[in-house]
Design a protein around this ligand. Sequence first.
Ligand SMILES: NC(=O)c1ccc[n+]([C@@H]2O[C@H](COP(=O)([O-])OP(=O)(O)OC[C@H]3O[C@@H](n4cnc5c(N)ncnc54)[C@H](OP(=O)(O)O)[C@@H]3O)[C@@H](O)[C@H]2O)c1
Length: 280
Amino acid sequence: MTTILVTGATGRVGRHVVQGLLDAGVGVRALVRNPALAALPAEVELVQGDTYDPTAVSGAAADVDAAFLLWPAFTADGAAEVVTALTKQVSRVVYLSSMNVSDADPAASGVWGELELLLTDAAAAWTFIRPGGFAANTLEWADQIRTGNVVRMPSPNAARSLIHERDVAAVAVQALLNDKHIGQSYALTGPEVLTQADQVATIATVLGKPLQVEEIPLPEARHTMITQGADPAFIDNALAYWHSLIANPEPVTTTVEALLARPALTYHQWTKDHADDFRG
Ligand SMILES: NC(=O)c1ccc[n+]([C@@H]2O[C@H](COP(=O)([O-])OP(=O)(O)OC[C@H]3O[C@@H](n4cnc5c(N)ncnc54)[C@H](OP(=O)(O)O)[C@@H]3O)[C@@H](O)[C@H]2O)c1
């Protein structure tokens, strides 16, 4: 029987990757930090370990046919050792990267570009899944929506092509199951561009609850994010990027539809799937 190693299996994308593989009749082994809390289907073989530990990754990857790799850190520190350990055991790797990666200069494309280069250098039979922003990022508004009617945010007119985590996972599952995807990089987005204010309006429609958007000035947003412990350089990049999306909306790719032979899931669908997360 084919067995596939899934890292990040308890996360938003990973849970759907696991289910998609099980639905396809494939054996799944999951590397998890805490098996007691994993809450994965009973058929999944759980291996306790940390993705940043090359020995744990090597052990988990023994005798598998392919691996889904999620690198949860903001830096590539320690990734070279882990990629070496992984690819010594299994050459077929589907890596959850990001649309931030530029083929012209992966080395300057953040942690995702660095991981892609490590996999390329390891001569792995790779596929790079490069999604844009996840619709799930808007769960950051859930507290405000559960407890009130006003959603405060910087740059409400920033226009984004957010993707449903189920679509990211469905593409990853296809890539894991079919070698024709070896050597391909897939830039994935949702099917439409919506401003952040439009996204809040969508949540209001799905919940049947009036919601207002209030703009937070950029200096206040920066201050709040710093007090929440985020890295200042990351904050400055993120705020500048969101602001740039007012004049230059994110692109929409047709890759999900081309690969899955159905339209990419809308933000409206995502909101219906997560309505309970926004209910008080
Ligand atoms: N959010 C976006 O807009 C976006 C866009 C493009 C790409 N991405 C990439 O997508 C990935 C996140 O995917 P996601 O949202 O599905 O993840 P998530 O829901 O944040 O879950 C993270 C997963 O990683 C696991 N994990 C974290 N640290 C670990 C460690 N040290 N050892 C083992 N497992 C560990 C967690 O397992 P536990 O159960 O142990 O916590 C969990 O399964 C990141 O690599 C991110 O860069 C995100």
